[in-house]
Design a protein around this ligand. Structure first.
Ligand code: GTP
Ligand code: MG
Length: 197
């Protein structure tokens, strides 16, 4: 799929105020700093579209971007950033959970995982919660440019083995790097397929 246009539309903290349309939308979630906003910029080919930062906790709202005047990409705040403070963490958790459970237009949630790390409790619990609530999701390994090709295979393989201990069936899995564009075609093809349903 070609991305011919990508426009920021609205940021807000309340799912009820998200755009009132029937368009398909695809949201990106994961721990703070995992690379959600960078991935959105890579997919759209627009460097400054979603705000990125080397400091975790940059995205704090639900951000809608209209793609090809047809469907939405949604950048969500990261979870599990302890330095945020209790009140802010609770507020972010509420924003994320309300969005995921109430947003009917959300066709698929992409859960990002840093390919360098071993499975983290917070991510496993989050995916478990998605399963329990019947939320359609896919796993996206990020920052694969930071590992050699062999190390990337071993590390992500270990991760998936861990998930297989818990689940009979794995969701779709994507391997990406926002630095070199890896996985862009696969993700956009997948979205195109879902857009047709
Ligand atoms: P929050 O909004 O704070 O939750 O973070 P985020 O998940 O949106 O992460 P963001 O895209 O802001 O990226 C965090 C840091 O990781 C930035 O310094 C990015 O440049 C870097 N980064 C993101 N993706 C990649 C990648 O694929 N490769 C490399 N090398 N760095 C990346
Ligand atoms: Mg972000």
């Amino acid at each position: 799929m070609n991305i011919t246009s990508a426009k920021f539309e609205i940021s807000n903290s309340n799912v009820a105020k998200c755009p009132d349309t029937a368009r398909h939308e695809y949201a990106f979630i994961g721990r703070s700093n995992v690379g959600k906003s960078s991935l959105i910029n890579m997919l759209t080919g627009r460097k400054g579209l979603a705000m990125t930062s080397s400091t975790p906790g940059k995205t704090t709202l639900i951000n809608h971007f209209l793609i090809n005047d047809e469907w939405y990409i949604v950048d969500l705040p990261g979870y599990g950033y302890a330095q945020r403070g209790k009140k802010m963490q609770t507020e972010i958790k509420r924003i994320i959970e309300d969005y995921i459970l109430e947003r009917r237009q959300m066709t698929n949630l992409f859960v990002l995982v840093d390919s360098r790390h071993n499975p983290q409790k917070i991510d496993l619990e989050f995916m478990e919660w998605l399963g329990e609530n019947g939320v359609p999701f896919a796993i996206v390994f990020t920052k694969l440019d930071k590992l050699s090709s062999a190390a990337g295979k071993i590390q992500t393989g270990k991760y998936l083995d861990r998930l297989r201990e818990q689940w009979e069936e794995l969701p779709p899995v994507f391997y990406t790097s926002s630095s070199n564009g890896r996985g862009r075609k696969e993700l956009l093809d997948y979205i195109e397929e879902l857009n047709r349903l």
